[in-house]
Design a protein. Structure first.
Ligand code: COA
Length: 317
């Protein structure tokens, strides 16, 4: 379904900014990442998105390709970021079909709300595997191509006629900056993701590569926010959650895509090993307090199960 440009790109960027450049994105069929890929493709680039679900990934790729005549967008399903061999094969296929990989986004993530008392060892490991191990595997699969791109598109600080390349971006979260109930598994996984990015910035900076973390806050019309809102409705507290965002509103998918365009552009050539938080200032307030989506600590002490969210929990604890 055609998506209006106001959902994925501000009208301030130069046409052709990413002409003939290639983006590899895990989790690229999800709401936030698909808008980032759309922005990249609209600005002249081609892309390969990978995901577990074949139909969802292939149809998202077809849809994204409609943003620009002549755009090439490959959708590879059955690609589980937990499997390094499958991910490497996907990156190799992307490079073979599109001519290389200049940019990468490690966007695949898994999340559900659960207190530690309802979190099995396997549940914890599942999110660690998708987010942390998956981001590591993504980096390993694309870094040889990013090195090649960084050689061709020198990061000298001067305006470069060939544009930019050799950049990787990790999609993380800010909940672990302060701490949040029901998210032990996600906080641990995202903290690991941040450190993987930091390690790459140090070890691959000498090749001209930049590695950064982009941290979206509550973004409207995303699966994650819909689930949180449903959980919040249980307490009638979703509005309280929103009130605690300093800018007083949820973010737009476009605002995350714009941040990506900046980080991949010449304007951010000297930005390496950092975290760009795009959340309206949310993390600086305590959004998980009494007015948050689940009353703290009453909810924890009640021993209630999280309701209103899609649950895949199997084991009885
Ligand atoms: N609460 C507690 N434990 C849960 C849970 C929940 N809501 N959902 C899953 N688990 C546990 C399962 O019980 C299982 O542990 P067990 O073997 O001890 O029973 C473990 O997590 C693995 O579950 P499984 O369904 O096999 O994992 P999966 O890899 O198929 O799916 C997710 C994991 C995270 C992708 C899945 O929970 C999900 O679909 N989440 C919503 C979608 C999503 O996360 N999108 C990304 C938005 S950021």
């Amino acid at each position: 379904m055609p998506v209006p440009q106001e959902k994925y790109l501000s009208p301030i960027w130069r046409d052709g900014l990413y002409k003939d450049k290639v983006l590899f994105c895990t989790g690229g069929a999800g709401t936030i990442c698909s808008m980032q890929v759309r922005a990249f493709v609209a600005l002249g680039g081609n892309a390969c998105i990978v995901g577990r679900n074949v139909e969802k990934t292939e149809s998202a790729a077809k849809d994204i390709a409609t943003v620009r005549t002549g755009a090439k967008v490959i959708g590879l399903g059955n690609v589980d970021v937990k499997d390094p061999a499958i991910l490497k094969a996907a990156a190799d296929k992307c490079a073979k079909e599109l001519g290389g990989i200049d940019f990468a986004i490690a966007g695949a993530a898994g999340n559900f709300l659960a207190p530690m008392s309802q979190l099995s060892s396997n549940a914890f490991k599942t999110v660690m595997d998708i987010d942390a191990l998956g981001s590591f595997n993504t980096a390993k699969a694309v870094l040889p191509y990013l090195i090649e791109s960084a050689k061709k598109n020198k990061n000298s600080g001067k305006s470069n006629p060939t544009g930019t390349g050799g950049r990787i971006l990790f999609i993380s979260a800010s909940m672990h900056f302060r701490g949040q109930p029901l998210q032990a598994h996600v906080m641990a996984a995202k903290a690991a993701v941040d450190q993987i990015s930091n390690a790459i910035s140090i070890e691959y900076g000498p090749y001209g590569i930049t590695s950064n973390v982009l941290t979206p806050g509550p973004i409207a019309e995303t699966e994650g926010m819909e689930r949180l809102a449903r959980a919040g409705d249980r307490d009638g507290a979703a509005q309280g959650y929103l009130r605690r965002i300093p800018l007083g509103r949820m973010g737009e998918t476009k605002e995350i895509a714009d941040a990506m365009v900046y980080l991949f552009s010449e304007a951010a050539s000297y930005v390496n090993g950092t975290t760009l938080v795009v959340d309206g200032g949310q993390w600086r307030t305590n959004s998980s307090g009494d007015e948050g989506f689940s009353k703290y600590p009453d909810f924890i002490l009640s021993g209630e199960e999280v309701t209103g969210v899609k649950s895949g929990r199997r084991s009885k604890l």
